[in-house]
Design a protein. Structure first.
Lengths: 281, 125, 153
């Protein structure tokens, strides 16, 4: 049975409030397909009734937000940004920073953790212990962060774009699942962050990955998210967006640069002065 | 080349790689696959290889292919239910390049082929 | 090493369904304690070596047909008995292989074995029949057949 307009309005209002994600009319089928397994799991006869229950039960509303906001589950399948990271960005940073400076990377919408762990693998392989790094992994969903922190992945998940030498090197079997080794986990901090709200104060980052997140936001939110992220980047830092995303026409403070076969975004020189001052702090 | 003793699995794999533009040859075990390789004028770019098969298993096939210089260009990807850490290490030691654990979604195959540079990233959904 | 549990089986089954039988996640396998009817198609793999035993799946006839059509991307009417044997054989092979990964190292997985009960037909999708003996015992028919997975040629 199809969702009524009111039911869809409740769901789209919920994800807009909680995750600043816009669900346009016409996405009803997506909502139904994602919510049907939830309805079945909770023993609710239909998606409509599940939505009705979610209006009274907070826990179910949270499940709806999670079901509709999870996206990227592949590890390193998008070769272009990751090659740019290891072949261009990291060598450059290793020249520009003193060996004692820790490289700081932010995985800004880490979902179930594939991106920060994948970045940690690339950092391990590229830096080879020549210098330290730290990764901040943030997400809006507490459930996703918990999953990411646990670092346990199903067989289906480790099949997705994870080169098998990395699987063998950085994971061990744990029952039906695979567990990320401590060597990767020790450099990652997990934190719940809503990108659409003011960000907590942190040290500036050398590299930010914010892939396939902006597409869900409306223009005004995109603009404010990009502005906030820029304020947390080093003036010569790098921002990677999803292939379908750009800062162009949204935030002039970024400049698009070509990095290998990928596009990256860097703070414009004119806007770097106040941010640069943070380096002394 | 798709090497699996299960016709159902060969069909699933054939469908996935055909969509990616590959021409597919099928073999039901390692022995058949070696015979097929011998008969081909040009070796395939990639072989998707089950492990547990009658006659000659996937691991033996990988070792046999790796021992021959003229097959050096073939990318060997295990596609198998064997999923113990030690088994995967064995397959890599024998010369396999990549490894997909069954069950897999079509994306898993496509993404691994993309990692190997056999499929342009633009093919990914 | 502990033995596989119902939870393990459920995790494995969920992944198999998502991969092959229900990629959209809209017709999941729903565990239930209700007693099943008489199964019609049985598929099994054996594990030998450090651990010995079998992994068996049983299907009603329509369920086996649905599994075959979903796995092989065919219309229901197109599905033949061979398709069913291949499909359920591969399903039990994948599930069995994943169960094996929970067992002690050094266990080996057999090739799948599929039986269709209503016809008394035994079939290993990857095997050939070597010989058979048909007869009856106390007025009940019995068929014994020998199958090998190694080529006899």
């Amino acid at each position: 049975m199809a969702l009524t307009q009111q039911e869809f309005a409740f769901v789209s209002g919920l994800v807009r409030r909680e995750a600043a994600i816009v669900l346009e009319t016409g996405k009803e089928y997506l909502v139904e397909a994602r919510l049907l397994p939830l309805a079945r799991r909770t023993g609710t006869p239909s998606v409509s009734e599940f939505v009705a229950r979610a209006q009274r039960e907070r826990a179910l509303a949270d499940q709806i937000v999670d079901a509709l906001t999870t996206n990227e589950t592949s590890w390193l399948r998008d070769r272009e940004p990751f090659s740019a990271f290891t072949d261009i960005v990291l060598p450059g940073l290793m020249e520009q920073r003193t060996p004692m400076q820790k490289l700081r990377v932010w995985s800004a919408a880490c979902s179930s953790g594939q991106e920060p762990y994948g970045l940690a693998m690339l950092l391990e392989e590229t830096l080879k212990s020549s210098r330290q790094y730290e990764i901040l992994a943030t997400d809006i969903s507490a459930e996703m962060l918990e999953r990411a922190k646990n670092g346990r992945y199903s067989q289906l998940e480790v099949n997705r774009g994870l080169p098998v030498p990395m699987l063998v090197k950085y994971f061990q079997r744990a029952g039906t699942e695979w567990q990320v080794n401590d060597a990767l986990r020790r450099n990652i901090t997990f934190q719940k962050v809503n990108l659409a709200a003011p960000l907590p104060p942190v040290q500036p980052f050398d590299v930010v990955f914010l892939r396939n997140v902006l597409i869900y936001f409306d223009l005004e939110t995109k603009r404010s998210v990009l502005r906030r992220i820029r304020s947390l980047m080093r003036p010569d830092g790098w921002l990677f967006l999803g292939a379908a995303e750009t800062t162009i026409g949204i935030d002039d403070g970024f400049e698009r640069v070509v990095a290998g076969r990928a596009s990256a975004y860097r703070p414009r020189a004119a806007t770097t002065a106040p941010v640069g001052a943070m380096r002394k702090g | 080349m798709v090497i699996d003793d299960s016709r159902a699995m060969r069909l699933i794999l054939r469908r996935i790689v055909t969509q990616l533009g590959f021409e597919v040859h099928e073999a039901g075990n390692g022995r058949e696959a070696l015979d097929l390789l011998e008969s081909m004028s040009e070796p395939p770019q990639v072989a998707l290889i089950d492990w547990n098969m009658p006659e000659m298993n996937g691991l033996e096939f990988v070792s046999a292919v790796r021992s021959q210089e003229r097959f050096r260009q073939i990318t060997l990807m295990m596609v198998t239910t064997e999923s113990e850490h030690g088994q995967i290490v064995r397959a890599l030691a024998a010369g396999a390049h990549e490894y997909v654990i069954k069950p897999f979604t079509p994306d898993a195959i496509t993404e691994k082929l993309a990692l190997l540079g056999l499929v342009p990233s633009g093919t990914l959904s | 090493m502990t033995s596989p549990t119902t939870d393990d089986l459920q995790a494995i089954t969920e992944q198999v369904w998502l991969s092959y039988l229900d990629p959209e996640g809209i017709n999941p396998f729903l565990p239930s304690e209700e007693a099943p009817g008489m199964p019609c198609v049985i598929a099994a793999v054996s594990v030998t070596g450090a651990w010995e035993g079998h992994v068996v799946m049983s299907f009603s006839e329509p369920a086996s047909k649905l599994a075959a059509s979903a796995l092989m991307g065919m219309e229901d009417e197109e599905v033949t008995r061979d398709d069913i044997a291949d499909a359920v054989g591969e399903l039990v092979n994948v599930i069995g292989g994943n169960v094996k990964s929970l067992l002690p190292d050094g266990s080996l997985l057999s090739l799948p074995h599929v039986a269709t009960i209503d016809e008394g037909v035994n079939k290993w999708p990857a095997a050939v029949e070597v010989c058979h003996l048909r007869g009856s015992w106390q007025n009940e028919p019995i068929a014994i057949s020998v199958w090998t997975s190694k080529s006899t040629g």
